[in-house]
Design a binder for this molecule. Structure first.
Ligand code: NAP
Length: 448
């Protein structure tokens, strides 16, 4: 859930050091006209720690119009690293001066802050820490901090934002600041600070979500995992298949040594197969989803989890398909191979759904034209295995036939109505414009 506060622009306070940061995100003029942001922007915010994150955070806070007080074990040594508008002082002194304190130290050092227990009592501590491994500790860092300082309110937040992002300013892709806490008021306070800094706070619920939030930065491109494994799996299958047909068969039956084909030709004939099947796998879940909706006569029934996952990964599958096709094109262009032209199946980008589907149809037509006679040629069957392009036709042809079926007027119309909210066997309320232009409501069988 996004916090409902508007963003606006303010001026950089006079005399503020510029450093190499991007332009200030907020301006005083509009902030004054936006009463939601004004109290947050004027407040003093504390930071414990003087490391990379603390420095970037302090700079961004200063540029956003906050008073910043940094608590360090050695303030004299690190004062020069902070903007001159930020006050760098001892830990206890910093904790005294503000009610909201970012704890920019590693979990391992939380216990060394125990001297501050009294002075921190009743204050909001923002835990920004991350771990080095997924589920590294039994309890999240934030919950651990809360257990060490029971008189404080711990808010987990900003951990998915890097020091670099704080320095350079939020960009579209990484503007979201996830926030969780058991106390709504404290959560709102931190959300407002994030908002004034130009980020988009996202409410992640109670502090028990902290564990999940701490795992997020450690998950490498989560949306790509399944598609990458799928592509690798398909590559392995088709590579083995082509190896058997192109290398092993001639070696066993004709005593011909064709092992030189392993690094180039076999790879080059495998790539388009993978690209082609992957491209059809972009459209297959849509076909299954349509069948599902037709069968149940509603769009309000949840798809099974596996289909849901599949639908969500279509973009990645499409891009990987394009990548394999591009790789095949590069292979074919760079290496003057006799048979390369035979496998140029897909060279069109698949960013747009229609463009991707056209690529699928063109590839299928190409494969059918190229392979039709060979599909009935006995010599093409090595170890009774059909040529790989014949094999790859299976999924794309199914998808194309299903798509054609769904475009039959009677099916298409029914599907369109389901997707517009119509449900099988239910009465739907509707509003009709009357002759006078006024609207009257009524009920009708949705079967009409
Ligand atoms: P860092 O550069 O190593 O700074 C850690 C700071 O902790 C030190 O500068 C030190 O400041 C302070 N500290 C307090 N007690 C300490 C003790 N007993 N021993 C050692 N240091 C102590 O680390 P960082 O990169 O700023 O990261 C700080 C926190 O932010 C971590 O929890 C990290 O997971 C989180 N974080 C960092 C990033 C990032 O991009 N760097 C991104 C997201 C989250 P004083 O010497 O002045 O006391």
């Amino acid at each position: 859930m996004l916090f409902p506060v508007n963003l606006s622009f303010v001026l950089l306070p006079k005399g503020m050091p510029r450093g190499d940061m991007a332009k200030p995100l907020l301006g005083r003029r509009n902030m004054e006209s936006n009463p939601d942001l004004a109290p947050a922007a004027g407040r003093t915010v504390g930071i414990l720690g003087s490391g990379d994150f603390a420095r970037s955070l302090a700079t961004r806070l200063v540029y956003s119009g906050f008073q910043v007080v940094v608590g360090s074990r050695n303030p004299k040594r690190c004062a020069g690293l902070f903007p001159s508008a930020a006050e760098v002082t001892g830990q206890a002194d910093a904790a005294k001066k503000t009610d909201v304190i970012f704890v920019a130290v590693f979990r391992e050092h939380y216990s060394t802050l125990s001297d501050l227990t009294d002075v921190l009592a009743g204050k909001i501590l923002v835990d920004v820490s991350n771990n080095t491994e997924i589920n590294h500790h039994k309890e999240s860092n934030a919950e651990y901090l809360a257990s060490l300082f029971p008189a404080c309110t711990v808010v987990k937040g900003f951990n998915v934002i890097s020091a670099w992002t704080l320095q350079s300013g939020p960009r579209d892709g990484n503007k979201q600041v996830l926030i969780c806490c058991d106390n709504q008021e404290a959560k709102r306070t931190v959300a407002e600070i994030a908002q004034v800094m130009g980020f988009t706070p996202v409410d992640m619920g109670s502090l028990s979500s902290a564990c999940e939030m701490e795992n997020i930065p450690l998950r490498l491109l989560p949306a790509w995992k399944i598609p990458v494994f799928l592509a690798l799996g398909l590559f392995l299958c088709f590579y083995t298949y082509n190896f058997i047909r192109q290398v092993l068969h001639p070696y066993i039956w004709e005593q011909k040594n064709k092992f030189y084909k392993i690094p180039v030709e076999v790879v080059n004939s495998t790539l388009p197969c993978v690209a082609y099947v992957m491209l059809s796998l972009v459209y297959l879940p849509g076909v299954l989803a349509a069948s599902f909706q037709l069968h149940y006569g509603t769009k309000y029934r949840r798809f099974p989890d596996w289909l849901d996952q599949w639908l969500q990964h279509r973009k990645q599958i499409g891009l990987l398909s394009f990548f394999c096709a591009a790789l095949h094109a590069v292979y074919s262009l760079c290496l003057p191979m006799r048979r390369s032209h035979r496998y140029q199946l897909i060279n069109a980008a698949v960013k747009q759904s229609t463009l991707g589907f056209i690529a699928l149809v063109v590839s299928t037509l190409h494969t059918l034209t190229f392979g039709w006679t060979r599909a009935f040629d006995e010599n093409q069957y090595k170890f009774y295995l059909p040529p790989s392009y014949t094999l790859t036709l299976l999924v794309p042809c199914t998808v194309i036939l299903a798509k054609i079926f769904f475009h039959l007027p009677c099916i298409h119309q029914r599907l369109r109505r389901i997707r517009n909210g119509w449900e099988k066997g239910r009465y739907v309320k509707f509003t009709l414009p009357s002759a006078t232009g006024e609207y009257s409501s009524g009920e009708s069988s949705s079967n009409v």
